[in-house]
Write a protein that binds this ligand. Structure first.
Ligand code: F6R
Length: 606
């Protein structure tokens, strides 16, 4: 789970490489490195820290070269250390490799290579690759390409690689199996990246690799071949719809805040999701006997919200299953539809769930943000949510937009089934007004939530409680609090509290309650009863509530008052408040907002 970049250009490309891996730091940021071809030989620099720290400490700017590769790491095999940072080189120092993924048979390969005299300097799986290529050359491979191809055939696992060698100046070799790699086509320069962000400031023209493809870029050209047949593959050139500006902070102190503020736009895009794709998904769902929604982390919570949306708007029970448990739990056959949710479209667990479903004959679809991603290419129908790049490791706008896209699917399904709610037109109007309401809450409540967070940031333990659809909203907001503020927050159905967790209520734990509008009478009553249970034990309670709900004034220590809205969209305003509350708590605690410790945005490992 790392970021890979490569360039072949003219003049010095070192700055470009450094910029590229900076944009990929959301994929990992514990160490980084660079390898360039300078005066006919490879020069490698690497170290522990962020790209900014390492590039300065190791003086990357002393390098001057027109061909190179670079890497930013999120450790999987081997501790975070300079030795374990990429790139890795062959014994003769003529081959350098960067890698994203996991080589499953690396211990066998390493033992074999060591028996042939290769010396290893790290504890990583990746280091076998430069030695493997070197060994194939020693064994008589006709040329570097052949040695690279033979090496790929010996590797078992998931990878994207970029390779430079002094044996073939002016070229970067690349390969893909289960992890993403993309070529960017520029003017007198071509680029490699784990995603479009790596080169979006240089070119919008891209070629996306499929599994079992490898290739080469030069300054003016590229080719792609199948690893299976070694024949040239004719690839389409895609035009990326994002631009460099969208991937910048634009005056906000953090990407997380910027992306929270981009939610009105993200919702509008999700409401207008491609009609053709939508019709295909609806047809697929109508023909299905069993429907699963899958995702991981935040997107699993999106799937759980989807479960309630399908029930409320389409009168259908669908199963939300965490992608990492899917293969252990789900019953899948040809009459099953699996609808995956993913921002990056690269998450290993989600991809595995989809691959397993396809293998069992199921139909697959996805709501996904990144065009050309592995998931978008793997499923039968991909609905692109078009939220724009989400750079912060903490997912906000993508998640809210995905929930809105799931509402759209449920509403269209109900219309096709003839089971639409009587007030479906009112609900649609409420969703159409959601972007403006989100904007209003951003404008009016940011200051209050900031002050509240400053008051409450001392609480180390939280219960986040909700009922109905507010339960997965509470789960998602608790995840935000954990990942960005490093505060223990346990999301739970409020009705579950009395079955055990109530014993935790004391002076050391604070409860945040997600209260529905009073118009949602039955749900409102239930939550009220749960708040009473906490108050009876003198627990401290904060609530997200709707205007004019005086029934709660005496029960809550602190309240965030929201404008009275249609119950169908109320949960989304509370999600917004939960995101902002976690953000401001993290700011108050001086956390590194966009890059929390131990996390990476795109989890491409099991
Ligand atoms: C949380 C977060 C993660 C991701 C999860 C799935 O803020 O970002 O929980 O939601 O790793 O990632 P995608 O959506 O890229 O499949």
């Amino acid at each position: 789970m790392c970021g890979i970049a490569g360039v072949v250009g003219q003049g010095n490309v070192v700055d470009t490489l450094v910029r590229s891996i900076r944009t990929l730091e959301y994929r990992g940021y514990d160490s980084c490195g660079i390898a360039v071809l300078q005066n006919g030989a490879l020069a490698v620099k690497k170290g522990v820290g962020t790209v900014e720290e390492v590039s300065q400490a190791e003086r990357f700017s002393d390098l001057d070269a027109a061909t190179g590769i670079a890497h930013t790491r999120w450790a999987t095999h081997g501790a975070v250390s300079a030795e374990n940072a990429h790139p890795f080189t062959s014994c003769d120092g003529r081959i350098a490799v960067v890698h994203n993924g996991i080589i499953a048979n690396w211990t066998e390969l390493r033992a074999r290579l060591e028996a042939h005299g290769h010396k290893f300097r790290s504890q990583t799986d990746t280091e076998v690759v430069p030695h493997l290529i070197e060994e194939q050359l020693k064994l008589g491979a006709a040329d570097f390409e052949t040695a690279f191809w033979q090496s790929l055939n010996l590797i078992d696992g998931a990878y994207s690689f970029a390779v430079v060698t002094s044996l073939e100046p002016g070229r970067v070799f690349v390969a893909k199996h289960k992890n993403p790699i993309i070529i960017g086509l520029g003017e007198s320069a071509n680029y490699i990246g784990s995603d479009f962000n790596a080169f979006i400031d240089k070119t919008k023209r891209a070629v996306v690799f499929d599994d079992d493809e490898y290739g080469v870029i030069t300054k003016d050209d590229f080719w792609v071949k199948s690893r299976l047949t070694r024949e040239v593959v004719c690839k389409d050139v895609t035009t990326v719809q994002w631009d460099a500006e969208m991937a910048k902070k634009g005056g906000y102190p953090h990407y997380m805040l910027k992306e929270i503020h981009e939610q009105p736009h993200a919702i509008r895009m999700a409401l207008g999701v491609d009609a053709r794709g939508m019709a295909q998904v609806v047809e697929m769902l109508r023909a299905a006997k069993r429907i699963y929604l899958v995702g991981t982390g935040t997107t699993y919570y999106v799937a759980l919200v989807g479960q309630y949306l399908f029930k409320d708007h389409a009168r259908r029970f669908v199963s939300a299953v965490a992608a990492d448990e899917f293969t252990l739990l789900a019953e899948v056959d040809a009459e099953t539809v699996v609808l995956a949710v993913s921002q990056s479209g690269e998450t290993y667990d989600t991809m595995q769930a989809i691959r397993c479903a396809k293998a069992a004959g199921a139909k697959t679809a996805a709501v996904v943000n990144v065009m050309g991603s592995s998931l978008a290419r793997e499923v039968n129908v991909a609905l692109l949510q078009m939220s724009g790049p989400e750079i912060s490791v903490i997912s906000t706008k993508a998640a809210l937009a995905q929930m809105v896209a799931l509402y759209r699917i449920a509403a269209d399904l109900a219309r096709a089934d003839g089971t639409a709610r009587g007030d479906a037109a009112d609900v649609a109007a409420a969703f159409a007004a959601l972007p403006d309401l989100v904007q209003q809450v951003l404008n009016e409540k940011s200051g209050f939530l900031n002050t509240l967070a400053k008051h409450t940031c001392g609480w180390k333990d939280w219960l986040f409680l909700g009922r109905g659809v507010y339960y997965p909203i509470a789960l998602e907001c608790a995840l935000k609090m954990k990942e960005v503020a490093y505060r223990h927050a346990e999301g739970m159905p409020a009705g579950f509290l009395k079955h055990g967790t109530l014993s935790l209520i004391d002076d050391d734990i604070c409860s945040l309650i997600f209260v529905p509008p009073k118009r949602d009478e039955a749900l409102h009553k239930m939550v009220l009863a749960n708040i009473e249970q906490i108050r009876a034990r003198e627990g401290h309670v904060v609530g997200f509530v709707y205007d004019a709900d005086e029934s709660l004034a005496s029960l809550l220590d602190e309240r965030v008052l929201l404008p009275d809205v249609h119950p169908s969209i109320a949960p989304f305003l509370e999600l917004l408040c939960g995101q902002m509350f976690a953000y401001f708590t993290a700011v108050a605690l001086k956390r590194p907002i966009d890059r929390p410790r131990s996390l990476a945005k795109s989890v491409t490992v099991p």
